[in-house]
Design a protein around this ligand. Structure first.
Ligand SMILES: CC(C)(COP(=O)(O)OP(=O)(O)OC[C@H]1O[C@@H](n2cnc3c(N)ncnc32)[C@H](O)[C@@H]1OP(=O)(O)O)[C@@H](O)C(=O)NCCC(=O)NCCS
Length: 199
């Protein structure tokens, strides 16, 4: 039966795949880069490595190993995450993808400090969420975020933010429906929420 459960290391490949097939404003980004691991190496790998306890998956239970069809991943402390990314993740990232590799994901990968927005002290946590099309629009996105918020609230983290592509209109509608608010009046791609919000 489909359910949400904590991440385990054997889910990593499935999460990498989901990250790619939802990586183009919610659509499939397969083949957009020379190497399909670029996007997950920026937007998934470091979260799984540094904060596996804040990762949750939707498991559709297709076989004994389970079948992961969606995930939410996060950091509780964006400042600490950026520092670890620079020290521990960037050296292996740079060894894998030369700086001149074309594509915005590679550029993002080299610039973790882009995450240090002024609002980060008020909204220290941030997240990424992606579901395969087969389980979208059935309440799993809401349930994943609810699970993550409860975990963060339990740790005393008061607020969470996220940064999204302004072209991902479906995701924007989803976040608005859940009660996320804009952190700045004219910046629709930067949203926040209290971790004790009833969503
Ligand atoms: C965006 C995403 C995480 C939403 O998760 P989901 O499981 O599809 O959404 P849910 O079924 O939990 O929807 C929760 C609420 O948001 C609303 N909602 C979701 N998508 C919506 C849309 N495109 N338009 C309007 N409302 C939407 C639902 O109607 C629901 O409201 P209700 O409970 O009052 O009926 C998921 O669709 C997804 O992973 N998409 C592809 C990857 C992506 O875009 N990730 C986000 C990157 S920033």
């Amino acid at each position: 039966m489909t359910h949400i459960r904590p991440y385990r290391e054997s889910d990593r490949a499935a999460i990498y795949r989901i990250c790619v097939v939802t990586g183009a404003d919610g659509g499939d980004a397969t083949g957009h880069y020379l190497d399909d691991t670029v996007i997950p190496d920026v937007f998934a790998g470091p979260y799984l490595e540094f904060e596996p306890d804040l990762a949750f998956v939707v498991d559709t239970g297709g076989d004994t190993a389970g079948h992961v069809a969606g995930y939410v991943i996060a950091t509780a402390d964006t400042r600490a995450f950026v520092a670890r990314y620079r020290e521990e993740w960037l050296p292996q990232f740079a060894a894998k993808y030369p700086r001149e590799t074309p594509g915005s994901a590679v550029a993002h990968g080299y610039e973790p400090e882009r995450m240090l927005i002024p609002e980060v002290d008020d909204y220290p946590a941030h997240l990424h969420i992606d579901l395969l099309p087969e389980i979208q629009a059935q309440g799993w996105g809401r349930a994943l975020i609810r699970t993550l918020l409860a975990e963060l609230a339990g740790r005393g983290i008061p607020k969470l933010h996220l940064s999204m592509s302004p072209a991902n209109f479906a995701a924007a509608a989803f976040y608005e429906r859940l009660g996320f608010h804009r952190l700045r009046p004219n910046t629709p791609e930067l949203l926040g929420i209290e971790t004790d919000a009833a969503i």
